[in-house]
Design a binder for this molecule. Sequence first.
Ligand SMILES: [Zn+2]
Length: 179
Amino acid sequence: MASANATPTPDAAAVWAVLERLTDPEIPVVTLAEMGILRDVRALDGRWQIVITPTYSGCPAMSQIEDDIRTALAEHGLEGEVITQLAPAWTTAWMSAQARVKLRDYGIAPPQDEMDLTGHPAGTQVLRFLPRATQTEAVPCPQCQSANTTLTSNFGSTACKALYKCLDCLEPFDYFKPH
Ligand SMILES: [Zn+2]
């Protein structure tokens, strides 16, 4: 009855549902699926392959993410392995509209890019959210929405963020740089 290409049970959507609750270790309010880090769930020889793409190469959170996925699979009695896929490289355009809203509510200005409306993994909801990127590169303050902000340092709490300061409410904040 079982063949080499048999699809394991439960189906990929059920496995996706287990994994899409996992959050980004660096930004705990946002899930791996919303960040576009969780790329694919596929079956091979009766086992699951979970495909992830790091936000940048050498991202220190990746081993934590792999551990979290293995733990979640084990808790649900699922057999599988984690595949790290480096190409195509992760881009902030893969971050969902929900991720951008949660990021801002968390105090991090979301990237001023244009969302990729085609490359989202199955199961994620794609919403139009950002207006077209403007030439001015103004980064709105996540606290008070003022556009009167200034770059303090090109590197914030991690390499993929820059440090800004709002000139109206005077709060410093991280900006998730588009890349
Ligand atoms: Zn402000």
